[in-house]
Design a protein around this ligand. Sequence first.
Ligand code: HEC
Length: 269
Amino acid sequence: MKMTRIFAAAIAALGFAGTAVAVEGDQHAPHQHHWHHDGPFGTYDTSAVQRGYQIYQEVCASCHSMDLMRFRNLAQQGGPFASDMYPNPNDNPIVMQIAASYTRVWNQDEVNDDGDPVERAGLPSDAFPAPFANQQMARASNGGAYPPDLSLIVKARTGGENYLYSLLTGYEDAPEDSHLAAGQYYNPYFAGGAIAMAPPLAEGIIEYADGTEATVEQMAEDVTTFLSWAGDPHMETRKQMGAMVLIFLLIFAILVYLAYRQVWANVKH
Ligand code: HEC
């Protein structure tokens, strides 16, 4: 373990990592939401991550890619569908089923005898399928705007989770003096206020697999939790490591102190 890693872990344990920073320039500071995974001992709310994946899959994935994710990641240790029964995520039946629900050409190098790329059902080792073949097609379908890849979006935006939650719940009627182009919507949390993404969430647009009521706030919280997890899947391990480091340092400090007393015990001052 490198010293810098230990240091990072210790700092993370103190709760500095991932703390929301105030947004400058925007009209509104994001809501300060309480997240289950906040703080030095916070862990991801697994049900929220599961529901959030459902939102991503059923709502956001039609426009936003998550290039860094593979289906198997969903069943890795700490992931939403992790199970002790399937230590190898490739064997996890939930993830196999999710992957198999997509049929497409996954890899241009997988060809038939005529040399044409073949379609097949997805496997846990396949990457999340991107909605568009390239950036140009993505822009063409979205009035020229590019829906960014969501793999690291929580880390990529000032305010992190709070920004994302506020963005998703913060659409408003445009004030008189705002100049919205066709295909733009007013959202005070988005820099400049005019965003080319229609409000993606509306009450009841999906039915949660676990029966939770699908309010806009609930969906925003869940999808944000999922995206936080996706961008930082090892957070829990890191926090645990941080706590261990602190405990170790504490014990070490006590030992050093006792040794110091011992060494100087018989020395006359
Ligand atoms: C119909 C297509 C579409 C859907 C569905 C969609 N988005 Fe977007 N999204 C966009 C576009 C286009 C942009 C770029 C907006 C711009 O640059 O003005 C965007 C931008 C974003 C941004 C970046 C904002 C920023 O600060 O730059 C985030 C975050 C985001 N979307 C999250 C989501 C989430 C989460 C969902 C699902 C709940 C979702 N989107 C669903 C089209 C979509």
